[in-house]
Ligand binder design. Sequence first.
Ligand code: NAD
Length: 397
Amino acid sequence: MRMKRITEGFSPGEQSVRINGSHQMSANKQLKILVLAGDGIGPEVTQQAINVLRSVAELGGYDFQFTEALIGGVAIKQQGSPLPTATLDAALESDAVLLGAVGGNEFNQLSPDKRPEAGLLGLRQALGGFANLRPSFAWPALATNSPLKPEVVEGADILFVRELLGGLYFGEPRQWDREKNSAWNTLRYTRDEVVRVARVAFELAAKRRKKVTSVDKANVLEVSQLWRATVTEVAHDYPGITLDHQYVDACAMHLMNTPRNFDVIVTENLFGDILSDEAAVITGSLGMLPSATIGGAVNLYEPVHGSAPDIAGKGLANPLGAILTAAMLLRHSGNLEADAEAIEAAVRHVLEQGYRTADLARGNTPGVQVVSTQEMGKQVNEALNRIIDRSQALHAV
Ligand code: NAD
């Protein structure tokens, strides 16, 4: 495989996945990518991700077409809706959607269904992705950035597979009855919803360290008992994968004590939301985290962070989460594993060289150079070009 020698031994978090037992896809070298840069730092970081994707396309001879559309606050201002119909149509016609972030203080007075965030939730629902992949990886060069001790985070490499379309967030009935001072939500899962997300977790684990931890609260909740029984049943189809179950409260503690012990964690919507944010401390900055939502009509790729209005337009945003999101796009929508690994190796390289955006710079650490969003993107792009060039040269001999 191209680039194998350069990226060998580097496991940034996850690998491409087969769903429902379908066979491994061949590489997709023609990709129609819809770019929804959005608000705040969204356009700044997304531009760096696009630059990296353009380099990959150029160096690999691939045909990536980029189309832009509006979402979030900028869409409200220009088209009166956080998710214009034209944007939704363009998303459904694309091979992958790359999103920056949405949101801004000026929209805070709007009702929830009119705010920029409503556009993103509407898009996620329309695309139908049910498995949200969130890698949490301890970059060696950033070991001291985590509030956890370096010896605790060292070697941690966790992939969360969070169920995204079910559970408390969508269950009916739901209501706040103000007269009775009472409110309720419904936690409901069907067996099929658990089966499909569990399969994603096992398929991914098969390409990693072959361990799945399923997280629930089966000592208290019937829904968790269904979850546990179903995941156990699905595990029979994957004899090479070790499955263990943890209660969510215990998992929250083990994540901070022994993060290295986890490989793939599969869990329901709310538990996944909370635990993946908790595990983000392993990486040391919100700006480092990529995500992919797969399994629907079109996969959606977005860095985990929001629009960060406090630093927007100042060149302070860390583009690495967006750039690593581009790697996930190549992996899961292009099946271009070697190229995804090359991007991740380039990120590792610039971090090892001491380049840091402001969020990653701590004190006056020797050898550290604080750079802008644009400069960080440029450094990654240059490293990527060198890595791919070298690997092509190695390949040729
Ligand atoms: P946020 O993620 O935007 O910012 C939280 C903190 O992290 C801020 O101090 C910010 O400066 C910093 N930060 C975030 N990304 C960074 C990066 N790439 N580089 C350096 N620093 C970074 O969360 P918030 O402040 O709670 O929300 C701001 C807006 O973003 C709100 O309108 C919120 O609704 C929206 N939001 C959108 C998404 C999304 O689009 N997926 C996700 C979360 C929040």
